[in-house]
Design a protein around this ligand. Sequence first.
Ligand code: S3P
Length: 170
Amino acid sequence: MKSNLVLVGFMGAGKSVIGKTLAKMLEMDIVDTDKMIESKMNMKINEIFEKYGEEYFRNIETEIAKDCLNFSNTIISTGGGIVLKEENINYLKQNSVVFLLNASAETIYDRVKNKTDRPLLKVENPLEKIKEMLEFRKKYYEGSADHIITTDNKSIMEVSSEIKKIYITN
Ligand code: S3P
């Protein structure tokens, strides 16, 4: 059995909260690639985007994806754009089963609309932007996933139990 469990998916798909629940259920450690980036840079994601731009952020994200090769028995919750580089997915897949958390644009909008920590959604019409980004990223998300989990209208426990069942029989 591959030792880590990676969660990918769009911002607001529930990766962090599902990751925490799964870590308890499966008695695994948990890391979050955005938090690893923030610790490495000693800066918040927003500040990194503002000061250095997205490309710079993406390069650090790749270094962090590579660092994930050192983990075992760990849930790895990722930033929503990690799937955009094949190199990142190649690192993550080496020792992990990858679960994609899917949600509709409307569900995502509902979950992120009152938050200010998503630099890419600081635009006039966030719902439109989410739709465009989801459309563009669909092939990257689906291409990276070993398993696809739909989260719309499901509770945290339902989604986590579904993932646990697949993971332990893998
Ligand atoms: C991003 C998602 C964010 C964070 C950054 C870029 C993206 O992570 O990595 O703002 O490109 O989708 P979350 O998915 O945890 O919000």
